[in-house]
Design a protein around this ligand. Structure first.
Ligand code: ATP
Length: 365
């Protein structure tokens, strides 16, 4: 927080940044809120250049000492349409009202930029000390069910637990989910949660029934530990390896690549892979994510491919076949497949042996 060198009695650090500082963790974005008119306030900051103004939200981005800083005005919110984005009510309201629109007490702390005092209207300090995640009111999950996933994310990230009453509210909500919600926001939280690559997160997600936020179809926790495989192969879409295992995620807005990953996973689940050649040909075409998902169905087969088969490469090329007197044709591919099938059984085959196999294939004496 040292980079922010603005001190004002109405300007506060707020939310995650205060929580992270108390936990001794680094924060990636620094949220500042101004009690009053943030845009007018920004204009008075010495040496600050206004970069962007968002009137409807009362937010302003300034550039100060080469650093871009966002300052939001305090605001209160309401949820006329439960599960969707809130409506902004009162911009420039009292800090307390801004605090009370937040998700958990640990995220509802403010710190004065003037005095460094922590402002704690919701007992967040106590909850941080006790490693507890607590909502601010009983309607919290009804207003915004994505908070259930956020709660899981923070629990895993910090090693915290839901307080008993919050857990009860979560259970109640999960028994009566309103599927008319913003799945775009839910997806964002799922990505952040499962990109943490935690078996424990997935376990809680399934065992607590949080997965039902996406679809009510029943799902059982797979026994495979995906965490180690994911660490080893470092896929881009970690979250999808977990969430894509659910029977139906059609509510989530997926990109084309994400859709393909899930479709391919489902396809291999319905394919009978018996020979090394089948395994190689099938997996070689797929994103690593689909392959890792399939580890929940057949761990041995996936590790066999990833540890051994995927590295098998033919040395023989089209040029070699040409030199054997064969003109380019679809037969080339058939010949390569013929050799590959044997090389997968015996990876020690060298180039001379591959050429010998090509001769056999083409009946060249
Ligand atoms: P992270 O380290 O994951 O960024 P963060 O707490 O900063 O954690 P953000 O998603 O950036 O998370 O949100 C900033 C702050 O906005 C939160 O600390 C919280 O006070 C508030 N907030 C975010 N999402 C919600 C929500 N769905 N409902 C209520 N308040 C929220």
């Amino acid at each position: 927080m040292d980079i922010i060198n603005i001190h004002d009695k109405n300007l506060f650090f707020i939310g995650g940044v205060v929580r992270d500082e108390l936990l001794g963790k680094e924060s990636f974005d620094i949220d500042l809120t101004y009690q009053g008119d943030a845009i007018e306030f920004a204009k008075t900051i010495d040496g600050a250049e206004i970069v962007q103004i968002n009137e409807p939200f009362g937010t302003v981005r300034i550039k100060l000492n080469n650093e871009e800083i966002d300052i939001a005005a305090t605001r209160s919110e309401s949820y006329p349409q439960k599960g969707h984005l809130p409506e902004v009510q009162n911009i420039g309201c009292l800090l307390k009202e801004d605090i009370l629109r937040r998700d958990f007490t640990i995220n509802a702390l403010a710190k004065s930029t003037l005095t460094g005092e922590i402002i704690d209207y919701t007992n967040g300090l106590e909850d941080i000390k006790n490693k507890t995640i607590r909502v601010l009111h009983d309607e919290s999950f009804i207003d915004d069910p994505t908070r259930i996933v956020r709660g899981l994310k923070f629990a895993i990230r910090f090693g915290f637990e839901l307080d008993e009453h919050t857990k009860k509210l979560q259970d109640e909500y999960l028994k009566n989910i309103n599927y008319d919600m913003s799945f775009k926001r839910l997806k964002k939280e799922l990505i952040e949660t499962f990109n943490l690559n935690s078996t424990e997160a997935f376990k809680r997600f399934v065992e607590q029934g949080i997965y039902k936020l996406i679809s009510p179809k029943e799902f059982e926790l797979p026994k495979t530990n995906l965490e180690n495989l994911i660490n080893k192969y470092n896929p881009e879409n970690i979250w999808l390896i977990y969430v894509g295992l659910l029977p139906d995620i059609s509510n989530l807005p997926l990109t084309k690549v994400e859709k393909t990953i899930v479709e391919n996973y489902k396809k291999i689940c319905n394919t009978n892979l018996t020979s090394n050649f089948d395994i190689y040909k099938t997996f070689n075409e797929l994103n690593i994510e689909s392959i890792l998902m399939y580890a929940t169905q057949n761990y041995g087969l996936v590790t066999h491919y990833l540890d051994n088969l995927q590295y098998v490469k033919l040395e023989i090329t089209g040029k070699d076949l040409h030199e054997l007197g064969m003109n380019p044709s679809p037969k080339y591919q058939e010949c390569f497949d013929y050799i590959l099938a044997q090389k997968l059984e015996n990876p020690e085959l060298n180039k001379a042996q591959e050429i010998q196999l090509a001769k056999t294939f083409f009946n060249i004496i």
